[in-house]
Design a binder for this molecule. Structure first.
Ligand SMILES: C[S@@+](CC[C@H](N)C(=O)[O-])C[C@H]1O[C@@H](n2cnc3c(N)ncnc32)[C@H](O)[C@@H]1O
Ligand code: SF4
Length: 393
């Protein structure tokens, strides 16, 4: 078995499927929240689902080293509801003393009374969905907030002193003055000195209004060269303010890497509650996922105790391919001997021509037993993973 981080630890994710308004690029499962009573009902159902897993292994005998309240827009939950949810999770699961507890916040939803509620509930990390500080980009992205609202939200969170702070940004968005707005966004965000930064190139997701726009001939993403330029300025700006690049889309100051996401990348177990949530039990290589529709998920929880819609046990090959993909997304890569052992177990050939070509063309490299992408290879990580997977035979 491929070693995974401590088997007595897991990451706990809770999906809140509501937003003020749906952004036209977003494929995350969420709907507009019209009635706060519905959000309360969903939280009650999440706690019911939590009760079901709290009695089952491996969750029963292990401890959550992270909690991530994501969505959707969890900052839409009122103070009493969010406190009830977190207290309920703490009653049901064991948490490590220093568990990282994050909440995703849309700057258009931040109210003063929420900050105290989050810190009383035990959150110690906030991820703020700034996306851009350029008005054209924000408008193109259909965001509910202005750049000024994002600035004010940032200030309030910093002044509270209660949380480690992450900023989410998006780039490669086709809009007027895209390059200039990106540079200004980077300069200003760098001047905030965030503890952590996640920056994602826009993905045109199937079924979204952006996909329809693209299908009708409108360009929604920048071209490859412009995207690459934006990636380079991103890396440069973050380096200048001392944020270390540690995963394709993530930068952090020392000691502030995201524990929750790192445990996904390291192949650890995670339990996810709520509609459309995906879980993984590393001890059995078992993946399972919940029904996407919130009403269907609620009905399933009331009948079965959980809202599972499907599951699969990963084959050794699938597991190895996933380990390759996640390992190469980390800047430091991962131990090559573990990938090789897993390939041998799966009856596959690790030392193959594809690997040799990638090494000889300096897209991947070996360093002290670790296999990782070179700086040039890092921009081509998807192609590299595909070649390595194909080379296994
Ligand atoms: C699930 S969203 C939650 C954050 C919060 N709802 C907000 O938007 O402020 C997490 C992050 O995913 C990123 N994201 C969502 N859709 C994306 C897409 N199509 N392409 C690239 N990044 C995306 C955004 O940066 C967003 O902040
Ligand atoms: S990006 Fe965030 S706010 Fe926008 S629809 Fe997706 S989850 Fe909701």
């Amino acid at each position: 078995m491929f070693p995974y981080p401590r088997p007595d630890r897991f990451a706990l994710y809770v999906h809140i499927p509501f937003c003020v308004r749906k952004c036209p690029y977003c494929a995350f499962v969420s709907q507009e929240l019209r009635d706060p009573a519905y959000a309360d009902e969903v939280v009650t159902t999440i706690l019911k689902e939590a009760s079901c897993y709290a009695e089952r292994e491996p969750w029963k005998s292990s401890s959550a080293h992270s909690l991530f309240l994501g969505g959707g827009t969890p900052s839409l939950l009122g103070p009493a509801t969010v406190k009830r949810l977190i207290a309920g999770l703490r009653e049901r699961f064991n948490f490590t003393e220093d568990a990282e507890c994050s909440i995703e916040v849309n700057p258009g939803t931040l109210h003063d009374d929420l900050l105290d509620a989050w810190s009383e509930a035990g959150f110690n990390r906030v991820s703020l969905g700034v996306q851009s500080l350029g008005e054209n980009t924000l408008k193109t992205l259909g965001r509910i907030h202005s750049a000024d609202q994002a600035r004010k939200s940032w200030q309030k969170l910093r002044e509270s002193g209660s949380f480690q702070l992450n900023v989410d940004l998006m780039y490669s968005v086709q809009t007027n003055h895209a390059m200039e707005e990106w540079r200004k966004t980077l300069d200003e965000v760098a001047s905030w000195s965030p503890d952590h930064l996640s920056a994602y190139a826009l993905i045109v997701e199937k079924g979204t209004p952006f996909a329809e726009m693209e299908a009708s001939g409108k360009q929604v993403r920048l071209d490859e060269d412009e995207e690459l330029q934006q990636m380079h300025s991103l890396s440069g700006s973050m380096r200048q303010v001392g944020l270390e690049h540690y995963e394709v889309s993530n930068w952090a100051t020392s000691g502030c890497r995201c524990v929750h996401n790192t445990s996904y990348w390291d192949g650890g177990s995670y339990l996810s509650l709520g509609p459309a949530a995906h879980s993984y039990d590393a001890s059995e290589r078992r993946r399972f996922w919940n029904l996407e529709d919130t009403r269907d998920w609620m009905d399933a929880v009331s009948i079965n105790g959980n809202g599972v819609g499907g599951e699969e046990i990963l084959t050794l090959r699938q597991h190895l391919e996933e380990r390759i993909m996640l390992t190469l997304r980390m800047v430091h890569g991962g131990p090559e001997n573990e990938l090789e052992q897993l390939a041998t177990l799966a009856g596959l050939l690790w030392h193959n021509e594809s690997l040799e070509v990638l090494l000889s063309t300096s897209l991947v490299e070996r360093k002290q037993g670790m296999l990782r992408c070179t700086e040039r290879g890092f921009y081509l990580v998807d192609e590299i993973q595909a070649q390595l997977a194909a080379g296994l035979g």
